[in-house]
Design a protein around this ligand. Structure first.
Ligand code: SOE
Length: 396
């Protein structure tokens, strides 16, 4: 590796969970990957001066701003990295693109299709000027998910027939866990659906290469009121009901069946109430020649069933996706040593920096993220309409 000295100066907005994951990625990417530009953690923005100063210190940022507009106005910033709740994405992303900054925006792209369309319009205009935008569907960059896509593209499981996708977490199961922005529709857009369902929608469309055409959906909110104050532990924690209760305005769980372009069908489930399941992203894809299965709780493994093998030796084969010829893994540890959650963010940073340095559009683009947003919207419309089958894209 010959390290480049040309900097890519990052300005990040937000500094909680995703801010920490992105900071780690910007710091780590140039240490393991050969990049055309060297990311610099130039400035971080947040409204609370004390907290943003502490975050900058812990996460290695050179300076702070207390207003994202001031961050965008700076001449020494090339990229705006948006790690804030969904209700802020549109304004920050559009202002940044108009100011000539590349943008990396956390998922889901926006809180509505209308916002996502505006963001995509701004991204299309910016791309004409060589300024690019990407959305943070980081799980795409898990080596086993990349390998699944590669095997599907190579035709190893034949034509796709069925997709089974689940994203199961349990951090919200305690009905005493306090209200947070993730439970407020105004801020988050939706609940489990947009927060984690969006990831499996993106992953399913990404690996199969097929857009979802229509859905039949059901949403449920198990706990409709939660303490307004309390001790946050991780994303959940224990609330203090004496401070009053707030109304949960999002779904706790989302289920839907789907039709993909060309005929395949799928079933999706997203919940933060699956006790015992911590970050179980499960994908199973059945084709005409075989099947693939993945579970993020065993993220270094991809299972392949190859029905073209002699019948008496057929069975799911566990591929350890840790070898130098697998996506990204050769840049890390010697053979057989696995990767973790944070590596997806590092690979996402690598893809972003490589595309920017080459003057090409990074993926997932805002256009791809808009397609996910349209599926989220169709799920909500279907659920509000007694699960009626609902086309994702309205006929024009
Ligand atoms: C919470 O459910 C969450 O932090 C999501 O918001 C992230 O996108 C996912 O990577 C982990 O879980």
């Amino acid at each position: 590796m010959s390290p480049t000295s040309t900097p890519l100066r990052i300005g990040m907005v937000g500094y909680a969970f995703m801010g920490a994951a992105h900071s780690h990625a910007w710091r780590t990417a140039p240490r393991f990957f050969d990049l055309p530009l060297r990311p610099e953690l130039t400035a971080i923005a947040g409204r609370n001066r004390d907290r943003v100063t502490a975050a900058a210190d812990t996460m290695g940022w050179q300076s702070i701003e207390t207003d994202w507009r001031a961050l965008i106005a700076r001449d020494d910033i090339d990229v705006i990295d948006i790690c804030t709740p969904g209700n802020t994405h549109r304004d920050i992303a559009i202002a940044a693109l108009e100011a000539g900054k590349h943008v990396l925006c956390e998922k889901p792209l926006a809180n509505s299709v209308a916002e996502a369309e505006e963001m995509n319009d701004a991204a299309v205009l910016a791309a004409k000027r060589g300024i690019f935008a990407m959305c943070g569907y980081s799980y795409r960059r898990t080596p086993a998910i990349m390998l699944a896509k590669q095997l599907i593209d190579e035709g190893r499981i034949g034509s796709i027939r069925q997709v089974r996708a689940q994203y199961l977490q349990d951090w919200l199961s305690d009905e005493n866990a306090p209200m947070t922005w993730r439970l407020d529709r105004e801020q988050s857009g939706s609940g489990a659906l947009g927060d984690i369902g969006a990831h499996i929608i993106d992953a399913a469309q990404f690996v199969t290469g097929l857009p979802i055409d229509g859905v039949s959906a059901m949403l449920n909110t198990f706990v409709t009121e939660r303490p307004l104050a309390g001790d946050l532990v991780g994303l959940g924690g224990s609330g203090d009901a004496s401070a009053g209760l707030g109304t949960v305005t999002v779904d706790d769980a989302a289920l839907f069946t789907a039709r993909f372009e060309g005929g395949p069908i799928g079933i999706f489930e997203a919940t933060r109430f699956a006790l015992g399941r911590k970050n179980a992203i499960r994908l199973e894809i059945n084709g005409s020649l075989g099947s693939l299965a993945f579970d993020f709780e065993d993220m270094n493994v991809l299972e392949l069933y190859d029905a073209t093998q002699p019948h008496h030796t057929q069975g799911f084969q566990r591929i350890q996706v840790t070898e130098p010829e697998h996506p990204y893994t050769g840049n890390w540890w010697p053979v057989g040593h696995g990767l973790g959650y944070e590596h997806g963010f590092t690979h996402q940073a690598v893809e972003f920096i490589t595309a920017i340095g080459s003057g090409i559009q990074p993926s997932p683009s805002f256009a791809e993220a808009l397609v996910v947003q349209q599926v989220l919207d169709a799920v909500e419309r279907s659920a509000a309409n007694d699960s009626r089958y609902t086309p994702v894209r309205q006929a024009t």
